[in-house]
Design a protein around this ligand. Structure first.
Ligand SMILES: C[S@@+](CC[C@H](N)C(=O)[O-])C[C@H]1O[C@@H](n2cnc3c(N)ncnc32)[C@H](O)[C@@H]1O
Length: 177
């Protein structure tokens, strides 16, 4: 399904989602979660965070905040999701292309728990900022996700991390991380 995100200057980002067909469909749905609109809006309000910067979007899904970063002047945007999530890869590559961002955007598989740079196909020379929306939703993934983030922070000095997440239980919070 094809949709549009309209930036405050009136320019448009067109993106495709996959909502899944039936309960027998084994492909996971890939769509914009509510947090991705909030992170996208935050980036729009603070473009200096990404302008001329090298950005990595973790758990990108269809990658709306990364697409917004690319349109607003990021030097390079790496869109990461699970290696096995072929639907995310397909949609990310299509979304990069349909917005003419092929020289900026690139699919970059990372599985949470991967240790940077040892488990990467091609380490990135210099990364400035990691973004990610709605990553902290599954308690059993928390440790591996934090491990990957910690390895990125250790390798790239001064790396910024901007994340938006939706609290799904009043008994859980990532506030103390
Ligand atoms: C709730 S969705 C959020 C997607 C997108 N960031 C958004 O806000 O619309 C979580 C994303 O994390 C990815 N993900 C889940 N487990 C993962 C893992 N172990 N390694 C890498 N990515 C994972 C999923 O494939 C999915 O795209």
């Amino acid at each position: 399904m094809s949709k549009e995100y309209i930036l405050s200057d009136g320019s448009r980002i067109s993106y495709e989602e996959y909502l899944g067909c039936s309960s027998e469909d084994d492909k996971p749905p890939v769509f914009c979660w509510p947090s991705s609109f909030i992170l996208s809006k935050y980036i729009e309000m603070h473009p200096e965070l990404i302008q001329n910067k090298c950005v990595l979007e973790l758990g990108a899904g269809i990658g709306l905040p990364g697409l917004v970063s690319a349109v607003l002047g990021a030097h390079k945007v790496y869109f990461a999701d699970k290696r096995e999530n072929k639907m995310a890869q397909l949609l990310l590559e299509r979304n990069i292309e349909r917005n003419g961002l092929q020289s900026i955007g690139q699919w970059y598989p990372i599985n949470w728990g991967d240790c940077y740079p040892f488990e990467m196909d091609h380490p990135i020379d210099k990364l400035d900022i990691v973004i990610g929306s709605d990553l902290f939703y599954e308690p059993k993934h928390l440790e591996s996700l934090v491990m990957t983030i910690a390895s990125l922070v250790r390798y790239h000095s001064g790396l910024g991390l901007y994340t938006v997440y939706q609290e799904r239980s009043c008994k859980r919070s990532v506030g103390k991380l």
